[in-house]
Design a protein around this ligand. Structure first.
Ligand code: SME
Length: 151
């Protein structure tokens, strides 16, 4: 079961050992993906200007390595400055399909604690409907908040 605090402790140890930010972001992707069988694709996009740029991911390769703010679930989360949990992506018009198998998606924003501004996001896809619940949102926010502190 996903445990945000335990992941943060592991990441914190790696930071103390000198791991650079890029490695910590990639490590977070790997830890999150391994946490639940229902997480079929996990990635981190970083905000660069008006684009979200894929930093790293675990799961099927995607051609959507750059997503404009406002586009898809990922870009909408930034445009509307909120996390988005989509139980069934087939019901969404503004959806960018990365994998034909994806049915539900969760985007958790990563914010700089200094400014509160969005610097990126954790993006999770699942092949199951409504795979993400309140617990996933809470635990992933713990991870996202820690990652925000790297910026
Ligand atoms: N589905 C996302 C695009 C990213 S992929 O899921 C990896 C979206 O609609 O923004």
């Amino acid at each position: 079961m996903i445990d945000g605090r335990s992941m943060v402790l592991q990441l914190e140890a790696r930071r103390a050992a000198g791991a650079p930010r890029g490695d910590l972001l990639s490590g977070a992707v790997q830890l999150v993906e391994a946490a639940e069988d229902t997480y079929d694709w996990v990635g981190i996009y970083l905000l660069q200007g008006y684009d979200l740029v894929l930093h790293d991911y675990v799961g099927a390769a995607t051609e959507h390595t750059r997503i404009a703010v406002g586009q898809g679930v990922c870009g909408t989360a930034v445009a509307e400055d909120r996390d988005i949990n989509v139980p069934d992506v087939r019901a969404i018009e503004n959806y960018i399909a990365c994998s034909v198998g994806t049915v539900s998606e969760l985007v958790v924003l990563i914010r700089s604690p200094a400014t509160g501004k969005v610097v990126g996001q954790l993006d999770l896809d699942s092949d199951r409907p409504a795979a993400f619940g309140e617990r996933d949102e809470i635990e992933l926010k713990i991870v996202a908040d820690w990652l925000g502190g790297l910026f």
